[in-house]
Ligand binder design. Structure first.
Ligand code: IPE
Ligand code: IPE
Ligand code: MG
Length: 239
């Protein structure tokens, strides 16, 4: 597939999200530990970010760890936190140099996240706050309902009397991002699992069967082509 041609297509999405799913099952099918799936999954995250950037898409959100994922065995959540720590170290210099803004969506005051990860994430966020080429949104300890409640509580604290869409969105983690056009959830599961209830009201959803570690460059291109064939009406009928 000619990436240059795809890039120029006006129907290309501007903001896409991956709900990274199926790491554990992918490893299990191969007779390996779930942690192997998470490691290969983290490597694939790096590859997919590069491909998304190469395609000229300007915003990417990645659902990496939900506020409900603490219900997993401690061994697994510990390992995932280690991977996030490594991810931050690996991304830091590269993305600062490449003018990429990195934001973390989720509760980073939660002490279940290791202090070092919380500190590094906050620092990376402030060090890239003025970057303009691309926005990478890492959703870690993220829950959509919690995000809405966070916004509501901030507005209450500001003594706001009336709220409209625009003001409300200023209090979401995605305040600086473009509208979310497309959500891709791998592994065949067809549900949101608490991912961005506000932002996805008119997003398109695609559910590739492949588990995340196996989701390739060609699979992303296929998902994008399927998205571009959709007719997004936003409730409107044109006479
Ligand atoms: C990875 O996939 C995403 C995370 C929630 C960290 P899973 O760990 O959910 O893998 P499956 O769905 O159990 O196969
Ligand atoms: C959703 O995946 C959360 C992330 C991808 C981070 P889960 O694997 O946790 O979701 P459920 O349990 O299948 O709904
Ligand atoms: Mg899962």
């Amino acid at each position: 597939m000619n990436i240059e041609k795809l890039k120029l297509d006006p129907r290309m999405p501007k903001h896409i999200a991956f709900i990274i799913d199926g790491n554990g099952r992918w490893a299990k099918h191969r007779g390996q530990a779930r942690s192997v799936g998470h490691k290969v999954g983290a490597d694939n995250v790096k590859k997919q970010i590069e491909l998304v950037r190469e395609l000229g898409i300007k915003n990417l959100s990645l659902y990496c760890f939900s506020s409900e994922n603490w219900k997993r065995p401690k061994k697994e959540t510990d390992y995932l936190m280690t991977l996030f720590d490594q991810m931050i170290d690996e991304y830091r210099d590269k993305y600062i140099k490449e003018n990429v803004k990195i934001i973390f969506s989720g509760d980073f005051n939660d002490e279940r996240i290791p202090a070092i990860v919380r500190e590094k994430a906050k620092k990376l966020m402030s060090d890239t706050a003025d970057k303009t080429d691309f926005i990478l949104n890492l959703c870690i300890n993220y829950g959509g309902r919690q995000e809405i409640l966070k916004a509501v509580n901030e507005l209450i604290n500001e003594n706001v009397k009336i709220v409209d869409d625009k003001l409300f969105e200023k209090h979401l983690y995605t305040a600086d991002m473009l509208p979310l056009d497309l959500v891709i959830r791998t592994s065949g599961e067809q549900r949101s699992s608490n991912f961005m209830p506000w932002q996805t009201t008119y997003s398109e959803w695609i559910y590739p069967k492949k588990c995340w570690p196996a989701y390739s460059k060609n699979d992303l291109i296929k998902s994008l082509k399927a998205y571009m064939k959709r007719n997004r009406r936003f409730g409107e009928i044109k006479e």
